[in-house]
Write a protein that binds this ligand. Structure first.
Ligand code: HEM
Ligand code: NAG
Ligand code: NAG
Length: 317
């Protein structure tokens, strides 16, 4: 029958598409056997020197995957007449480019033209987070690098700090990530810094979104509502000096100590609230769910096989 023929062709195409998109932890076993370890060495040295780098590397991988898939487009430099993702105004605070370049330079010496920048980004995020005591997840490899990076696409694809729960869900859904993935990945905000300008919109309305009053007073002290304070950085999760990867972010959200409006939004629905409760209660649950969601995020829109290319320098297409 014609319709079953169409179904068959459809299934066959789907199988081909899945096969070509397969990543594997052993991808470089023959072509660059020491490569994965070389990335780990560079990343752990950089994070040991400055723990701040862990947050930078995690966010770089996230921004990469949300704009054109995990294809290292976030690393490309602007060219004459074309502004790249990394130069999209509000995202100028991205950190960690130098560490990726350093890892790439080491790999180009031992296995030239083989190891993709997008795989380095995925490994660097995992190595950095496990080094600071967070979860360690699997990083299947074999991504290839893209050659397009547009500031306008960073603006239209990344979630905004003023997003509602529904907006966050639909933003992540566009990347094939579900509601549970979105909530657990928000737990990345257990580390890192934010500009005051990102939090003042939630901090200064009189009602302040149902935030805890003591918390609001303390944050307003750190972030006065003045133009000169806008570029000041503060910890997103100040517990333990903002250095530890743990469930305190979720505890803070539950206690109405949320820094971004998008964080506060996680408990604005009963479904979100129950997910936050579960994660706040158990570090093992948070760690395994976070790792699984990172592995999933690392597959978003990847180029494989003969798609894309292997860049020699990560900032140059
Ligand atoms: C759920 C939607 C999300 C929103 C609205 C959001 C928004 C933001 C904003 C506004 C900042 C501060 C940027 C600045 O002031 O320059 C930030 C920082 C950060 N975000 Fe997110 N983010 C989201 C999800 C994620 C995810 C999924 C990850 C990683 C898996 C992540 C990792 C980070 C990290 C690590 C920092 C700190 C960066 C640093 O200290 O250098 N975020 N985020
Ligand atoms: C607000 O937070 C403070 C700690 O920052 C806490 O002592 C206080 O009980 C909280 N208030 C409410 C109403 O939950
Ligand atoms: C995470 C982050 O800061 N993303 C921002 C990147 O730039 C766009 C455009 O202004 C913002 O909407 C995003 O929130």
């Amino acid at each position: 029958m014609a319709s079953s023929g169409i179904v068959f062709v459809g299934v066959a195409l789907l199988l081909v598409a899945t096969a070509s998109a397969q990543l594997s932890e052993k991808f470089y076993a023959k072509t660059c056997p020491g490569g994965v370890q070389a990335v780990a060495n560079v990343v752990t040295a950089a994070v040991r020197a400055d723990r701040r780098n862990a947050a930078g590397l995690l966010r770089l991988h996230f921004h990469d995957c949300f704009v054109r898939g995990c294809d290292a487009s976030v690393l490309l430099a602007s060219t004459r007449g074309s502004k790249a993702e990394k130069d999209a105004g509000p995202n100028l605070s991205l950190q960690g480019f130098g560490i990726i370049d350093q890892a790439k330079a080491a790999l180009e010496k031992t296995c030239p033209g083989v190891f993709s920048c997008s795989d380095i980004l995925a490994l660097a995020a995992r190595d950095a987070i496990s080094f600071i005591g967070g979860p360690k997840w699997k990083v299947p490899l074999g991504r290839r690098d893209g050659s397009v990076s547009l500031a306008s696409e960073a603006i239209s694809n990344l979630p905004g700090d003023g997003f509602t729960y529904q907006q966050l869900i639909s933003n992540f859904a566009k990347k094939g990530l579900n509601e549970a993935d979105m909530v657990v990945l928000s737990g990345a905000h257990t580390i890192g810094l934010t500009h005051c300008s990102k939090i003042t919109p939630g901090l200064y309305p009189t009602a302040a979104q149902g935030l805890n009053k003591t918390f609001v007073a303390a944050e307003r002290k750190l972030c006065p509502n003045t133009p000169s304070a806008a570029n000041k950085f503060i910890h997103i999760d100040g517990t333990n000096g903002g250095q530890t990867f743990d469930v305190n972010y979720f505890k803070n959200v539950l206690n109405h100590h949320a820094v971004f409006r998008s964080d506060a939004a996680l408990i604005s629905t009963s479904s979100g609230r129950s997910k936050v409760l579960t994660l706040a209660k158990s570090q093992p649950i948070f760690f395994s769910a976070f790792g699984a969601a990172m592995e999933k995020m690392g597959r978003v829109g990847v180029l494989t096989g003969s798609q894309g290319k292997i860049r020699t320098k990560c900032s140059v297409k």
